[in-house]
Design a protein around this ligand. Structure first.
Ligand code: CMP
Length: 141
């Protein structure tokens, strides 16, 4: 399998509950390398643009409010089949349906406050990395 890059967000609920270290350790423990990471507070405009694909969904407004409610930790990850691997270790979007031992099963509160985001395709990973790490020599290429 090819070496890929993917994009991660540790969301406001998890940052607020001091889970950043545990989640980053979980990511590293699964064999994904953290190429870059930083804490940011999303503006309303950034959150709307990042989740524009969901703008017709009924949860879009709440999602934008939630994602701007506190700081998040954005990371660029690298590893073999990184996109699928990160989705596997995150677990299902809804923590009630997430497999045992996954980040969402361990740490998420509900389907919205679900602790983490990970890119769902290589193409989206490239776009999401560019969105947050455009000027980062290590990540953006
Ligand atoms: P994420 O993987 O970041 O992608 C979209 C986000 O919308 C999702 O995680 C959740 O935080 C949020 N969300 C809220 N309600 C729903 C829902 N019913 N289905 C999917 N995502 C939802």
């Amino acid at each position: 399998m090819a070496i890929e890059r993917t994009f991660s967000i540790i969301k406001p609920d998890a940052v607020g509950r001091d889970l950043v270290g545990k989640i980053l350790a979980h990511i590293e423990g699964a064999g994904l390398k953290i190429l870059a990471t930083r804490m940011v507070r999303l503006s309303e405009g950034q959150a709307k643009e990042f989740y524009a694909v969901h703008k017709e969904r009924p949860f879009y407004g709440d999602l934008v409010n939630y994602m701007t409610s506190g700081p998040v930790v954005v990371s660029c990850l690298e590893g073999e089949g990184a996109v699928a691997k990160y989705r596997e270790i995150m677990g299902a979007t809804n923590p009630a349906e997430a497999a045992e031992g996954t980040i969402r099963k361990l740490y998420a509160e509900n389907i919205e406050a679900n602790a983490v985001h990970g890119s769902d395709s290589l193409e989206n990973a490239k776009n999401e990395i560019a969105f947050f790490f455009e000027d980062n020599d290590i990540c953006a290429r």
